[in-house]
Design a protein around this ligand. Sequence first.
Ligand code: GLN
Ligand code: ZN
Length: 750
Amino acid sequence: MKTSVIGFPRIGRNRELKFASEKYFSGKISEAELQETARMQREFNLTTQKHAGIDLISSNDFSFYDNVLDTAFLFNVVPARYKDLGLSTLDTYFAAARGYQGDKGNVKALAMKKWFNTNYHYIVPEIDDDTNIELVGTKPIDEYLEAKNLGVETKVLLIGPFTFLKLARFTGSKTAEDFAETLTSAYITLLGKLASEGAKNIQLDEPYLVRDLNEKDITLFESIYTQILAAKGDLKILLQTYFGDIRDIYEKVISLPFDAIGIDFVEGRKSLELVKTYGFPKGKLLLAGLVNGKNIWRNNYAETNKKIAELQNVVSDEDFVLSTSCSLLHVPYTLASETKLPENYKAHFAFAEEKLTELKEIASQSQDALEKNTVLFKNRPDVFDTKVQDRVASIKESDYTRLPAFEEREKIQKELLQLPLFPTTTIGSFPQTDDVRKNRKDFKTGAITEEQYVAFNENKIRACIENQEEIGLDVLVHGEFERNDMVEYFGEHLSGYVFTEKAWVLSYGTRCVKPPIIWGDVSRQEAITVKWSVFAQSCTKKPVKGMLTGPVTILNWSFPREDISLQESTLQIALAIRDEVLDLEKNGIGIIQIDEAALREKLPLRKSDWYSEYLDWAIPAFRLVHSGVSPKTQIHTHMCYSEFTDIIPAIDSMDADVITFEASRSDLLILDALKENHFKTEVGPGVYDIHSPRVPSVDELVGQLTKIRAKTEDSKLWVNPDCGLKTRGETETNASLRNLVTAAKIIREA
Ligand code: GLN
Ligand code: ZN
């Protein structure tokens, strides 16, 4: 059996690319030095896969920031405002990715969105009526040749034209259909160049095919690919899909002259059924995605072999290729970097490099490997806790409802809190400066005592409160100096979790997250955040928001178990966080924010599954967390990336009192939707983008607030940045917040 890997992580085993990029951003290294780090990473990836014996390896899976943005730059889909800065190509690219503020100008970054149902974020290409699509770059060719020089004949990964158009934002009157022709011919030009450089195999990634598709989509796809396939010459074209099944277009896809088709049998619930029902054409390769590219658990060989056997009833041996289910970008590099996990735990995991071994072991049908694997699935230590299971089993229907209803609570809280119109606040974290990180690290390694650790954090909290008072914010936060990460921190204080040292996964740009692993039944042993919030509240007369992460986000940003349902795990976590909410309330914290930054993450890609498979349990799980508090306690929630225009009723039924969310990068489109849906919850649409270091001016913020006011009720409007400030520097943060408070005052007076 041959093996294929869709894509490999690029940030580096030790995040080498991240650190080099960040040094480049701050002017500490040259472009040549950055390029050299990048080259070394690519070489490492290629040789690792080659040594593992993988047959089909991708090139051009590398990116400095994002592959969709690379595709935009490759085809000249670059808004004039970035080109006009007159920067080098690489810096223009980074300006579009991160925004630019300097002597050449002042521009915001392009919008960023979640890559399907992952925690990776892509940059949204922006196409206006004058965009002149043509091939202007050489990245895929360069990286193909580079690999070839290293002795690796790769398949060249390209984001497919259909997915590219479907993900792009059209700012003028033209639509995807209007650009299909020129984009297709630009791809054809690229394929021609690749062929003349000796490339043989092209992998066109079309994950958009796993979404609900309508007639128009299918026509668009067909017209693009009929042309590409007619012009492909000797190139072999692999259509690669992932993150689900392609039920709306499977028959069409198998009827087109692709040379190979990649299908996800892990997340694609209907994939097997599709292949069995409609067959698979002889002479084409089926790349069967059977090794999960998203989770970190060992593959169950016996189960996989069953699926392989079923597929081989339809597909002949020589046409069958064993593949990852999606790019390995979504898992960490290697267990070899984990020095602290006990071996009997480690044995149950497979990261990217170990997945290569799994591919080979399954492909070789080694009896020995199968036996070892079977034993593994019978022995997982320390998993079950009957107390937790009983508590979940005894949740009552009424536990999911907070009383009294929102309107009544709103009155009580306005009366009690006496906040000004347009109250100002932040999302929770303040800049995580080096000393803050060092304090945590020193405590972890035992270099300082707990007393020293706490004293440092208390000083930080006090200073942070003083700073917020001085800036003039209305609802304060303690600053989250004790947290490395909003999920890992809670995981560390809950039983049932295990942690890694270097299991980083790319989230956006150079930002990585290190998701903790839900190993067994989850429960809270003691109060987690209460002491910090109580201390912060003791430093001020203004209200301090308690700051928690919600159960759905904790689940979605952890590697979940595969032996119980997501719902079951989420309810366990919800009960633990509920205890924390009640403890905060009991200790005098009157406003509590429960972040659900990642609520949307596991939303099924098909609309038809949204409620029945996800929201119907995820939203009640959130309500379970806060249904026990008094009407006087104000519950906030926060969501990143305001992509919830289409689930507004669900968001409203989380029944929080206030919700803050990202809006600054998305042109406030969501506000129209809130209005149409008579959204009851008070709202704080983020007025500036914290993912970029630029400082918004007072004028800009007043402008933004004026636009927001036109679409929301004054009495429901909060003023805040669009996310936590932990990744920002102190100077830009203070300047931005000062401007924010000034802008709110101007609007109040007006
Ligand atoms: N409270 C968190 C913070 O401010 C929220 C972060 C997030 O939404 N990603 O850091
Ligand atoms: Zn956020």
